[in-house]
Design a protein around this ligand. Structure first.
Ligand SMILES: Cc1ncc(COP(=O)(O)O)c(C=O)c1O
Length: 375
């Protein structure tokens, strides 16, 4: 028991048994060239768009860049406001601030930890240029309702899908029916590259074309710079890794959901709450498994106990964005005067390890450690 540990990530597990196949293709590319926007990038984009069920996927070099380029393509710039949720990962707000715009926050809901859409209309002003809905921890937010609110306000809806590849909202994959879905394939994600990688999905041909220009210095052809762009392309080698894994994504997501179901069942008798999983099983792909304690001191005690027991538990995210100096916009993003739910989640939640390859012994170890703390 003493040395048994349960890591939150075990990246090599995703290659086990099929390493040779991938290494052969990597070797081919290394010896052939075509490292930048090689044919495998286009192949991955086609396969990703088909998997999602949308018209276009544009590979970029990170999830953060997917957001920045999307906001740029939508014309968001200095003086504009972009509304998002207060409990998101910092990159959502960094992308807004990077465009010179102000991130305006809406509190999240107490049950599913997602943007409280009832509060969304009150966040709009004449300067609002976009909404970024975030599918937190792998749980799909209510895309149809967000779309309706944004359509009524005449504001484009963008989805930050970094944590939720494969999840569905009202039966439809996230990132497919809004203006754009922004994806991260960073190593911790459900679909992971071997380094930084990202993509934007969209059904809008014109937006897709603009994003292709933006990621490649704004040049439709070499030495021809139509618009100011970025150097943000998905590497060919990363596209190979993603192609190698894409077929297994649904099976891995199903395995994550089994781990989550076991946590729900085995921890139900303890004084803990969980992120509401949604009405249909396909609404959550369990990028992270959030557990909520009754107070900050219980959470902190549980965290210390788990870490001492070899369980790689972690707090995501301990400081809400409106309290981060770089992201608070001097309080301008705090239109509602406070975000009590986001603040409480920051104090009360922690994540238990969830991986597709988490086995019964690990599951038992985590659950016993949690139970021991409350005994
Ligand atoms: C919700 C969310 N948005 C954006 C990002 C940024 O993605 P990346 O790390 O690929 O830049 C991440 C993850 O890192 C994320 O979890």
């Amino acid at each position: 028991m003493g040395d048994f540990t349960v890591p939150k990530y075990r990246y090599p597990a995703q290659f086990e048994g099929r390493e040779r196949e991938l290494l052969k293709r990597i070797e081919e590319v290394l010896l052939r060239g075509g490292y930048v926007l090689g044919e495998e990038v286009a192949e991955f984009e086609t396969r990703l768009a088909a998997y999602l069920g949308t018209g276009h996927a544009i590979g970029v070099n990170s999830g953060t860049d997917a957001l920045i380029l999307t906001l740029d393509a939508l014309g968001v710039g200095p003086g504009d406001e972009v509304v998002t949720v207060a409990n998101t990962f910092h990159a959502t707000a960094q992308a807004v601030a990077r465009r010179g715009a102000v991130p305006v926050y809406v509190d999240c809901r107490d049950d599913d930890f997602l943007m409280d859409l009832d509060q969304l209309p009150a966040a709009f002003t004449e300067r609002t240029r976009a909404v970024i809905l975030v599918h937190m921890f792998g749980r799909a937010a209510d895309v149809p309702r967000a779309r309706e609110i944004c359509r009524d306000a005449g504001v484009p809806l963008v989805e930050d899908c970094a944590q939720a590849i494969g999840a569905r909202s009202a039966g439809v994959r996230v990132g497919t029916v809004s203006a754009a879905g922004c994806w991260s394939f960073a190593p911790s994600k459900n679909l992971a590259a071997a380094g930084d990688a990202g993509a934007v999905s969209t059904g809008d041909e014109e937006l897709a074309e603009r994003l292709r220009l933006l990621r490649h210095f704004g040049q439709p052809a070499q030495n021809q710079h139509e618009i100011l762009g970025y150097n943000s392309r998905l590497d060919t080698l990363q596209a190979l890794v993603l192609l190698h894994k894409l077929d297994r994504l649904d099976a891995w997501n199903a395995a994550r959901a089994e781990v989550a179901a076991a946590y729900h069942a085995r921890l139900a008798h303890l004084p803990l709450r969980f992120q509401a999983p949604g009405a249909a099983p396909d609404e959550h792909v369990y990028h992270l498994f959030q557990v909520r304690a009754a107070s900050e001191s219980v959470r902190d005690g549980l965290l210390a106990h788990l870490v001492a027991s070899g369980v790689d538990a972690v707090v995501r995210y301990p400081v809400p964005l409106h309290r981060q100096p770089a992201l608070s916009s001097g309080g301008r993003g705090n239109r509602s005067g406070g975000f009590p739910v986001a603040e409480e989640l920051a104090r009360q939640t922690l994540c238990l390890p969830v991986r597709p390859d988490l086995d019964e012994a690990e599951l038992g170890h985590v659950c016993e450690a949690v139970e021991r703390y409350f005994r």
